[in-house]
Design a protein around this ligand. Structure first.
Ligand SMILES: *Cc1c(COP(=O)(O)O)cnc(C)c1O
Length: 412
């Protein structure tokens, strides 16, 4: 671990304070040009006594704007203090989580996984257009049928075709021949450049695609491709449970990653992280963004600096070892739950490195779905799966209640 460490409460508070002091202080400084201020004083009291002991709430009230991308070129000086904390977050994720070479990446904290995924597709589409002279209809997105719906959303917005690769019903894995035939056909129909989305844990199953399968097939067919890893859900768990060397930016074909801090990391909503290797993000430069100091390279405009600080604070309050322990507890609970399902002969899918268990719906009475808020694969009346996600608040006691209920309904 090069950047990630654990700070004490005092160290965290001190670093936040130092960063805020280097930002414009709308309560005291003269700042005339920004369409911005601290949060409304009628509702958010900036001199409330409890703020003294709540560094993050102080950050929220001071309301820094992190507009733009701070790993490249200039940024708004008014918020340079807290931009540094965001850069530390990106360093930890790119280098310590995903094995990127230091300083060889750009990234920012987007509004969520949806924006980060669309940003990735946007970067690659423009890369092919700018550097390979491609037309939109020569470019296709490739992703498994279990891929998050932000990918078809991005395909629609960006005017690209989207090849959906079916997966095996039981293993949720892409079969090589199926992928090969789809890409071969697409190539015959004039597709030359592929934007591959490889999942580091799908939303419904927690299944993980093997990025090297895409590499293998694309190379055999001799087509141009770049891989984006959608680790929106799995990014804070899989690199620790499976090993960090497995899927990362050290792979020359993997060029970008999405990681949501507002899922496993339990940061506030509005904290999806986008990271890509150096040399790519310039493809989405919006030259018209002249009133912003620095280059506008992001899909969203203004965004919350306090959210970035929240991610920073969570990461550095754990450090790698405590985080590993937290993940291990969730995986132990998941294993307990799977053992009970095995005893009851209930079929389910689980990736052994993930905290999602997806049970076949034929074994689960509808009554149980409603009572325990299980999530079905589809709401269209054709559902075959229900999932349980073992998050921080899901304890063995809760899982046991579900098991007992299924047991008693089965024996009746
Ligand atoms: C949740 C999720 C997304 C989208 O994230 P939002 O933060 O809801 O926009 C994308 N991909 C995967 C795999 C997800 O689990």
């Amino acid at each position: 671990m090069q950047y990630w460490k654990k700070y004490s409460k005092e160290e965290l508070a001190k670093k936040i304070d130092t960063s805020l002091k280097r930002n414009v202080d709308f309560s005291n400084d003269i700042s005339l040009g920004y369409p911005a201020s601290k949060l409304d004083g009628n509702v958010f009291y900036d001199n409330a006594p409890f703020l003294k002991d709540a560094p993050l709430l102080r950050a929220y009230v001071s309301n820094p704007n992190h507009i733009g991308c701070h790993t490249l070129g200039e940024s708004e000086h008014a918020f340079s203090g807290t931009h540094e904390l965001e850069k530390e977050v990106i360093n930890v994720l790119a280098v310590d989580f995903f094995n990127c070479e230091p300083d060889n990446f750009d990234g920012y904290i987007a509004t969520g996984g949806t924006e980060a995924n669309i940003q990735a597709i946007w970067v690659y589409r423009n890369h092919y257009v700018n550097n390979e002279n491609a037309s939109f209809n020569e470019i296709a997105i490739v992703a498994s049928e279990d891929t998050h719906y932000s990918i078809p959303k991005g395909a629609n917005l960006l005017g690209l075709d989207h090849i959906i690769v079916p997966v095996d019903f039981e293993t949720r894995l892409i079969q090589r021949k199926v992928l090969f035939d789809l890409i071969k056909t697409a190539k015959e129909q004039g597709k030359k450049h592929f934007i591959v989305i490889s999942n580091m844990a799908t939303t419904m199953f927690g299944s993980v695609d093997n990025p090297n399968l895409f590499v293998d097939v694309m190379e055999e067919l001799n087509v141009d491709f770049k891989i984006h890893i959608d680790a929106a859900f799995g990014g804070f768990i899989y690199p620790f449970s499976k090993g960090r060397e497995d899927i990362g930016l050290n792979n020359p074909h993997i060029n970008s990653i999405t990681i949501d801090a507002h899922k496993m990391l339990q940061a506030p909503y509005g904290t999806g992280v986008f990271i890509c290797k150096k040399g790519l993000i310039q493809n989405v430069l919006t030259k018209e963004a002249q009133y912003v100091n620095g280059m506008d390279l992001t899909l969203c405009g203004s965004r919350s600096g306090a959210n970035a600080m929240a991610v920073w604070m969570i990461l550095f309050s754990y450090g790698p070892h405590k985080w590993f322990e937290k993940i291990s507890v969730l995986l132990m609970r998941t294993k307990w739950f799977c053992d009970q399902l095995d005893n009851l002969n209930i079929d389910y899918y689980r990736n052994p490195h993930m905290n999602i268990v997806t049970m076949k719906s034929e074994d689960i009475p509808v009554k149980v779905e409603k009572k325990y808020d299980l999530v079905p694969e589809t709401h269209d009346g054709n559902n075959k799966w229900y999932k349980v996600v073992i998050m921080d608040h899901v304890e063995v006691d809760h899982l046991e209640k579900l098991i007992e209920e299924i047991k008693s309904l089965k024996s009746n």
